[in-house]
Design a protein around this ligand. Structure first.
Ligand SMILES: Cc1cc2nc3c(=O)[nH]c(=O)nc-3n(C[C@H](O)[C@H](O)[C@H](O)COP(=O)(O)OP(=O)(O)OC[C@H]3O[C@@H](n4cnc5c(N)ncnc54)[C@H](O)[C@@H]3O)c2cc1C
Ligand code: FES
Ligand code: FES
Length: 472
């Protein structure tokens, strides 16, 4: 399948027929001969392929750092793609100079990715702080210098920016400080112009649904460019997260980053941002959607675990009907879903937490960031008169599907909040799971992990009732 696409690549407006399933990495390196964007792992792990993708929002362009190895061409239609060559038009920029001065580059293979990710931080940051900048760099790996020199270089840039007067025009400020080139000034106007001329692509009839592509392009990287794809961004409306009556409605195309920055989510769930930060890297969160996390049916999907503990419902939209199914009933076996071939998940809906409620998410993986869980669990409860009035708990990595711990929930519901009842609930949970041993640990290890993570929820939420000494 070919599609007529129109977008901006660095300074240039590009219009033509492209395979929408081809990766932006292949377009840049093979068609445009822009070899500064590197191909490392092709699995979203190393960040050497990172590009900026800008999308028009009113009179501004929102730029995000994204792994071009997992990004289909169809998803840059109407947008602005910037490779390292697009950041270097006026020579080495301020950050690049500090990378040299601080010993932050050696073979240079990773350097373009770091420069792009740091620029993405500068283009979006509310305040310039090294710790926050580092979060934008967690998806970039350097095997030569180690990361301290790179972080020092970022710190030097931020020190200079923080000495300047507060800016009103971010783009002008970054141009003035030799961090981005002049043409950024006209990007919004150019995008407006191409949006008017853009012909929407008709993907109807094609089968393979691609949302963020962060699973599909890893699983099927070798063959996906030969397939007809159907982009979820063309199928689902863009009103991402909203409150309606007593429910919160989340579009299946909402990304983890959309939730991470959502005031609705952060006001509702204290500490939600920290939960989101445990998911992949900034690049992955900028693309990974909630619909994709639920539908890849991985037993260790973090967002699936989170929404299970909210007892969320899915809205399935088919050709002739729309229906609802509870997420806890959606999984019929390993990678088997209650979904017809013509259906997509369009929305996720949950009841807004009410009264005295508490929530907690726990995840263990081999390294804290940029890793998939060995075991995860999410807990939600409402409390009335020192009793658990509503309880929902999930567990990932302890069976063939993401698990809703219904027996544990039943064991705790209506019970007083004390150690004996919590212990009984956790003992019950351990009878309703069936972990298997794999590269992430033996079955017994995963059982022990889940036990400890379940206790961690209660130690965090009810420190007056349950302490480490009691559990050990
Ligand atoms: C480096 C890296 C780190 C990662 N870290 C984590 C992590 O920490 N935690 C975690 O949970 N996951 C992680 N993942 C896995 C992945 O990013 C997530 O599962 C992500 O949410 C998938 O969403 P997507 O939009 O990219 O899905 P896609 O790859 O686009 O799709 C996945 C599957 O879902 C189907 N699908 C997508 N949307 C819909 C829909 N609306 N209706 C019906 N079917 C649909 C697709 O057809 C496909 O079968 C990581 C992946 C990578 C590469
Ligand atoms: S090539 Fe490694 S993240 Fe894309
Ligand atoms: S400088 Fe060689 S990988 Fe970073």
């Amino acid at each position: 399948m070919k599609a007529q696409l129109k977008f901006i690549c660095n300074k240039e407006i590009i219009s033509g027929e492209f395979n929408p399933a081809m990766t932006v990495l292949d377009f840049l390196r093979n068609m445009k001969e822009l070899k500064g964007t590197k191909e490392g792992c092709r699995e979203g792990d190393c960040g050497a392929c990172t590009v900026l993708v800008g999308e028009l929002s009113g009179n501004y362009v929102n730029y995000k750092n994204i792994n071009s190895c997992l990004l289909p061409m169809g998803d840059i239609d109407g947008k602005h793609v910037i490779s390292i060559e697009g950041l270097n038009v006026d020579g080495v920029n301020l950050f690049q100079q500090f990378l040299v001065d601080e010993g932050g580059t050696q073979c240079g293979f990773c350097t373009p990715g770091f420069v792009v990710s740091f620029t993405s931080y500068l283009l979006t940051a509310e305040t310039f702080e090294t710790e926050k900048a580092v979060d934008y760099l967690t998806g970039n790996l350097c095997r030569c210098t180690g990361h301290p020199g790179i972080i020092r270089a970022a710190n030097e840039v931020l020190k200079i920016l923080n000495k300047k007067e507060i800016f009103t025009d971010r783009i002008a400020f970054l141009i003035e400080n030799k961090l981005i080139p002049e043409y950024f000034k006209v990007a919004a106007a150019k995008l407006k112009q191409i949006q008017k001329q853009r012909i929407p692509v008709n993907y109807e009839g094609t089968k393979l649904i691609v949302s963020g592509g962060t699973d599909l392009y890893v699983q099927q990287g070798d063959v996906i460019a030969g397939k007809d794809i159907n982009l979820i961004s063309e199928l689902i409306s863009t009103d991402i997260i909203k409150i309606q009556n007593d429910e919160c409605i989340v579009s299946a195309s909402a990304t983890v980053a959309d939730l991470e920055t959502s005031s609705i989510f952060n006001n509702m769930f204290k500490g939600f941002k920290d939960t989101a930060l445990l998911f992949g890297s900034k690049q992955i969160r900028n693309r990974a959607t909630i619909g994709g996390n639920i539908n890849n049916a991985s037993p260790i999907g973090d967002m699936t675990s989170f929404f299970l503990s909210l007892n969320a419902k899915l809205i399935l939209s088919g050709k002739s009907q729309t229906r609802e199914v509870f997420l806890k009933d959606y999984y019929k076996g390993y990678k088997r879903l209650d979904r017809q071939p013509d259906e997509i998940v369009s929305r996720i809906i949950f009841k807004i937490p009410s009264g005295d409620f508490k929530y907690s998410f726990e995840k263990v993986c081999r390294r804290k960031y940029l890793d998939i869980a060995s075991v995860n669990t999410s807990f939600y409860c409402e409390i009335t008169d020192n009793k658990f009035s509503v309880v929902h708990i999930s567990a990932g990595g302890v069976g063939p599907t993401p698990a809703y711990l219904s027996m544990m929930a039943a064991s705790l519901s209506g019970k007083e909040i004390n150690y004996e009842n919590i212990k009984q609930g956790i003992d019950t949970a351990l009878t309703e799971i069936s972990p298997i041993g794999d590269v992430r640990g033996s079955a017994d290890y995963k059982k022990l992990l889940l036990r400890n993570l379940l206790y961690a929820h209660f130690m965090k939420l009810f420190p007056e009732v349950i302490t480490e000494e009691v559990v050990l």
